[in-house]
Design a protein around this ligand. Structure first.
Ligand code: ATP
Ligand code: MG
Length: 390
């Protein structure tokens, strides 16, 4: 038995002893069978939430309206979700409304891909109703049931297909891919946040090249925020160095640079966090200065901006050495104005008047220190400031 499942086995046994069914389901079963690290162990059961709460002493109602109760075991929480169907799809989105059912097969058939529709008992026996094991061995992503219908029910699944294609390095089965082509426009019904989550996971996956190529080829990209009309640039991005990308900041830096999109507009359209947007703005601003290796643009980009720009440039310009830039940044005498050996208060104590001129003087000192023209010590900087004024 896989070590990640070990601690949860008593939970499955306790549910069975109470007369219900309980299985490991979803991504954890898939990843364990593939020998991949497991993120979260999901448990599905025929017991209703209230019944689960009667079996265990310590539970938390984490998502009881969706059928999920968290069972606490030695301080660790395990989510137990009642078997459910999602029958009333509206607007091509996952329904808010779920119906609890007692049958595992009903629960498994609402799942997206055959490799995600496997269930395992506490003794390791696997329930495979849709040929998920075969598909796993063939490295194939196949929709459960009729692909066309399934993408109609929930258009996010099309993004999940290219995401898993990249993450798992699987290929999308022909009928499933055809159904994506036919339904790509439905992606516009899905919230940007959910599209973005899958898109970023795809971009960070081991087979990004294939995932991104299919994202474009199936027509999905035409219905993603701001990407319409950018197939050529996206194809070019799919053709760069296939080495996996290490961070979200690098992903968005490459997208902004590759599609020549203004960063603020791009990050707003994709509803990305302000902090990330800020890093990407700094990274993209630095890209055009990377070859001259001047100190000031590096300083302005900051540690995160420099890192994202340097790593992105490795993809944009084969042979480019990110380390050169990272070293140049590390060698800067100061990293922020806070590191400057003098501040406003100190200058005022030495006879400077508060006001805009003071700020300008400090800024000049900052530039001089960053570029190496002045040493960052108090005496040197005070002297330079006084000379400048008198
Ligand atoms: P990850 O490693 O990213 O967590 P995962 O397969 O566990 O991958 P989740 O989004 O955590 O993916 O979903 C858990 C399971 O729920 C999936 O394996 C799948 O069976 C089912 N599922 C999730 N989203 C959908 C969806 N949109 N349509 C159908 N089934 C879904
Ligand atoms: Mg998961």
């Amino acid at each position: 038995t896989h070590p990640d499942f070990q601690a949860a086995i008593p939970i499955l046994q306790a549910i069975e002893q109470a007369g219900y069914e309980a299985y490991f389901v979803g991504g954890s079963v898939r990843d364990a069978l593939l020998g991949l690290p497991i993120h979260d162990v999901d448990i599905a059961s025929s017991a209703y939430p209230e019944e689960i709460k009667q079996i265990f002493h310590k539970t938390v109602d984490t998502g009881i309206q969706h059928g999920t109760v968290m069972v606490l075991q030695h301080g660790v929480g395990y989510e137990v979700t009642t078997f459910r169907t999602e029958s009333t799809y509206q607007d091509f989105r996952r329904p808010d409304h779920v119906t609890f059912v007692r049958s595992l097969s009903e629960d498994l058939k609402r799942r997206d891909f055959t490799v995600n529709a496997l269930a395992a008992r506490h003794d390791g026996t696997v329930v495979d109703l849709f040929g998920g094991i075969d598909d796993m061995q063939q490295h194939v992503l196949r929709a459960v049931g009729d692909a066309h219908e399934r993408f109609h029910e929930d258009a996010l699944r099309m993004m999940r297909a290219v995401r898993f294609e990249s993450q798992l390095n699987f290929s999308i089965e022909a009928k499933t891919k055809k159904a994506i082509r036919e339904n790509a426009a439905l992606l516009e019904k899905i919230s940007v946040e959910r599209i973005a989550t899958e898109f970023v996971k795809m971009m960070l996956g081991q087979a990004r090249t294939a995932g991104l190529a299919d994202f474009v080829e199936t027509g999905l990209s035409e219905h993603a925020p701001l990407f319409a009309g950018h197939q050529r640039e996206l194809e070019n991005l799919a053709a760069i160095d296939p080495t996996p990308i290490s961070s979200e900041a690098v992903v968005w830096t490459l997208i902004a640079a590759g599609l020549n999109l203004p960063v603020v507009k791009l990050m707003k359209a994709w509803k990305q966090a302000n902090a990330l947007s800020n890093t990407v703005q700094r990274a993209v601003a630095l890209l055009s200065h990377l070859t001259d290796a001047d100190a000031w643009p590096l300083y302005e980009a900051g540690a995160e901006g420099v890192e994202a720009a340097a790593l992105a440039q490795q993809y944009l310009q084969p042979g480019f050495e990110a380390q050169t830039i990272l070293n140049a940044y590390a060698a800067l005498p100061i990293k922020s104005s806070k590191d400057l050996a003098v501040d406003g208060g100190m200058l005022i104590k030495h006879g400077f008047k508060p006001g805009p001129k003071l700020g300008q003087t400090l800024h000049q000192l900052e530039i001089a220190v960053v570029s190496g023209d002045l040493a960052n010590d108090q005496a040197t900087l005070l002297k330079a400031a006084l000379n400048e004024i008198h």
